[in-house]
Design a protein around this ligand. Sequence first.
Ligand SMILES: [Fe+2]
Length: 229
Amino acid sequence: MPRRAKTIVAPDRRRLLNAGVALGLGAVAAGLPALARAALMPTARQTEGPFYPRHKPADTDNDLARIAGAPGQAAGQIIHVTGEVLAPDGRPIPGARVEIWHADAKGRYHHRGDWSLFRERDGGFQGFGAAMTDDRGRYAFRTIKPPPYGSRTPHIHFKVFAPGIPTLTTQMYFAGEPRNARDGILHAVRNPAARAGLIVPFAPAPTLEQGALQGHFRIVLAQEQRSGA
Ligand SMILES: [Fe+2]
């Protein structure tokens, strides 16, 4: 059973993260209306990739742009990724653990297996973070927008653990990225609607944080998913 992520976000930033949840999730604040509960398309599965951390960093909170006890913050465009975890009938799933990991502003994963030796690692980036969904299924992260690397368009890896539901592993993408059109892993999702569900528009959110962008990624867990994928 995954353990609860330690929340060590400073009070002002915790408030920002909570505000981000409210900003992005008003429409589903109490779950979806009954009429809309017919069947949400489950979020498409994606490969885990080679860089899920073998050893978690000391700080695994939901602000990846700042490491507890370290000065400064990560290089790159600050983004807030907010969303909710739902069942296919639209019911929110509280108590789910949402994990993300992605490359730093230089395109390097904080993983021993990333041999990007020509790209210096950003020591201000946490590399991995976790959040628990609240009673409305909501989660929020503050991080940076990862750049493209190799053949990959920018993406954030997600793993979602929910009690009694098999784990979902997937990746989230950024709308408007030219490389989305030819990213082989993204297009491994053949169903256009399912693929579109992984691509998130980001927009300025000055009331949340000056200069930051915010995107909303809804995750729908299929009850029949098999674990381990
Ligand atoms: Fe990746």
